[in-house]
Design a protein around this ligand. Structure first.
Ligand SMILES: *[C@@H]1O[C@H](CO)[C@@H](O)[C@H](O)[C@H]1NC(C)=O
Ligand SMILES: *[C@@H]1O[C@H](CO)[C@@H](O)[C@H](O)[C@H]1NC(C)=O
Length: 244
């Protein structure tokens, strides 16, 4: 008994140290999308504007954890935003936005639009103004494959926690909330919900509501899960995953 619970309690630590390891060396994107609706050619005005935009975002994001902007005009205007997770340090945010920039340069070299997600940040750009609009298209699910013993009551606890958090997040200027709840005597559920800060409070609430509704079909009955989108993100785990 005692030896098996000892092994189990090591698991979160192990995951944590692996995460630290990958962020220290080179993180892989969680996911990405290249928007194929329009492409540009090397050294075109769009290319130059997009590069300036990415540099601006890299310079501006770490200070407040969020930046948006556009460069150029008419057909050649590039719009973009980047955001770091609220618990990420200035340094790690800077590193993440640099990696996001490099990743999209590599993966979507001539697409006018793209989005990439890392654990610590997201970066998105497009050849049209997308600020303040809920992104319903770019979304994915991540889950811990391990199942819980009592899925019905566990799912309910998760939904209750994340719903409460979303009520706090949408009135928070940084559009984020995190917290925890006890599931049983030995299990704590940790939750995080956040929106990109270009959204209005009401749209943040709407985006989170939808993501929470989608979570059961992603990770119902599983020990951890996330819906990660272009405008908002919800996550729960049975270990603490934030660095506050
Ligand atoms: C843009 O390029 C991608 C391949 O990189 C291609 O699949 C897509 O069809 C192109 N889009 C247009 C509008 O030419
Ligand atoms: C783009 O410009 C760079 C430097 O100005 C040059 O080295 C490169 O060959 C150009 N690429 C194309 C496809 O024109």
């Amino acid at each position: 008994m005692s030896s098996s619970s000892g092994i189990l309690s090591l698991l979160p630590l192990l995951c944590f140290s692996l995460l630290l390891h990958t962020t220290a060396i080179e993180a892989d994107p969680l996911s990405h999308v290249c928007f194929n609706s329009a492409n540009f050619t090397a050294n075109s005005s769009y290319d130059i504007n997009l590069n300036r935009l990415k540099t601006n975002l890299y310079d501006q994001t770490p200070g407040w954890g969020f930046a948006l902007g556009s460069v150029g005009s008419n057909q050649c205007q590039a719009f973009g935003l980047s955001q770091c997770r609220a618990d990420v340090s200035f340094q790690d945010c800077q590193t993440c936005v640099a990696e996001a920039k490099d990743a999209l340069n590599k993966i979507c070299p001539y697409n006018k639009g793209g989005i990439v997600w890392f654990d610590n940040c997201l970066l998105k750009y497009l050849d049209r103004d997308f600020f303040g609009q809920i992104d319903n298209e770019n979304k994915f699910c991540l889950l811990n494959v391990n199942s819980v013993n009592d899925p019905a009551s566990f799912n309910k606890k998760v939904t209750d926690l994340l719903s409460q958090l979303s009520l706090r997040a949408y009135v928070n200027p940084r559009l984020i909330a995190y917290g925890e709840t006890m599931f049983d005597e030995s299990t704590t559920i940790y939750g995080l919900v956040d929106c990109t800060r270009d959204l209005s409070n009401d749209d943040c609430k709407k985006c989170l509501h939808e993501a929470i509704n989608e979570l059961p079909s992603c990770s119902g009955g599983k020990k951890g899960g996330r819906i990660v989108g272009g405008s908002c993100h919800v996550r729960y785990e049975i270990y603490s995953f934030l660095n506050f």
